[in-house]
Write a protein that binds this ligand. Structure first.
Ligand SMILES: [Fe+2]
Ligand SMILES: [Fe+2]
Length: 330
């Protein structure tokens, strides 16, 4: 299994690992492949299997040129999710499957869930919250069987600069860290929900800011500072979201020394889970590729975080030391 994402992403489409599809069964959504243009560059998408048609193994190509990725229209994320839900039990029962393969499949389901939940207001309903809670519980069950959680994260996580991938990576790292700290499944599950939803307010920002291929300007950053409040406002309308999740979401950019936003809260005034999320959010961003820089490796990212950015104490020092211990386990 590769955790590299496809060569390019296309506006209005999400990438999908082809190993998630079941040959011989009909698709619930249109499937596109990326193909080079006539001059070898200008890659574009072509419709390769229409919704309702049987997905055939031969579509994947020969051994050497076998395709790993396809795309589906972002407007069909709910249908992809339904397709996954229909197949999840059978997939997880496969005796040949390793624990990390099962977690990787649940990672892809969670990613599609976030893609759908963030982009389709109609999906922001209690039933969808119930659905993702069952997925979080299954992920926790498999994580509990893993000896080296930090190593597993490297195998499973995808690396790209999408908001949705960032969200799932933050979620998975937080789940592993909370189990490392010995939390109960109930607490981990609630932190997991906060992590999955923490950046939903980014969807309220102007499109040209969230899709910007270069570093943000000071004016952009002024807008971005609204996103924790926007996340809380959006989520507060949905029954079943616990108060604690709302608090963590609203405070995930507060800094330990009071230099964060939106409220400038400091130390113990910040919810302890928001202090964890602050650390993992930064770690994930630093170790992910950005259009203007390559990803840091773990030690580079920790060195940046330990230097506490321009002399400020951004992170809770006790939690940061615990997080470093977690990454260095095994
Ligand atoms: Fe954020
Ligand atoms: Fe974030």
């Amino acid at each position: 299994m590769t955790n590299a994402s496809p060569v390019a992403s296309a506006e209005g489409y999400f990438p999908l690992r082809l190993c998630r599809l079941r040959p011989g069964k009909p698709l619930f959504f249109d499937l596109y492949f990326e193909v080079p243009g006539l001059n070898g560059c200008d890659r574009h998408l072509v419709l390769s299997c229409r919704k309702g048609k049987i997905f055939q193994d031969k579509l994947l190509g020969s051994d050497e040129g076998r395709k790993s990725w396809a795309y589906f229209p972002s407007s069909e994320a709910a249908a992809v999710l339904r397709y996954f839900s229909d197949n999840v039990e059978e997939f997880l029962r496969k005796p040949s499957l390793l624990n990390c393969d099962k977690i990787a499949f649940l990672y892809d389901i969670s990613l599609t869930w976030v893609e759908n939940f963030f982009t389709a207001p109609a999906s922001q309903a209690p039933d969808n919250i119930k659905f993702i809670i069952t997925i979080i519980e299954r992920i926790l069950k498999y994580l509990l069987d893993e000896k080296n959680l930090a190593k597993l994260l490297c195998t499973v996580r995808r690396h790209d600069s999408h908001l949705y991938t960032h969200t799932i990576n933050v979620f998975l790292i937080s789940m592993a860290f909370s189990l490392f700290k010995g939390w109960s499944v109930e607490e981990s599950r609630e932190l997991g929900l906060a992590c999955l939803l923490h950046d939903i307010g980014m969807t309220s920002l102007p499109h040209d800011i969230t899709q910007k291929p270069e570093r943000l300007t000071d004016i952009d950053r002024h807008y971005v500072k609204n996103h924790p409040g926007e996340s809380k406002k959006l989520l507060a309308k949905i029954p079943l979201i616990p108060e604690r999740v709302l608090a963590v979401v609203a405070q995930h950019h507060e800094n330990y020394d009071g230099s964060g936003y939106p409220q400038g809260l400091a130390a113990e005034a910040i919810h302890p889970w928001a202090r964890i999320l602050r650390i993992i959010d930064s770690f994930e961003s630093l170790t992910s590729i950005r259009p203007w820089r390559p990803p840091c490796n773990t030690s580079q990212a920790l060195a940046v975080m330990k230097s506490t950015l321009k002399g400020k104490e951004v992170y809770d020092p006790v939690l940061l030391a615990e997080f470093i211990g977690f990454l260095q386990q095994g």
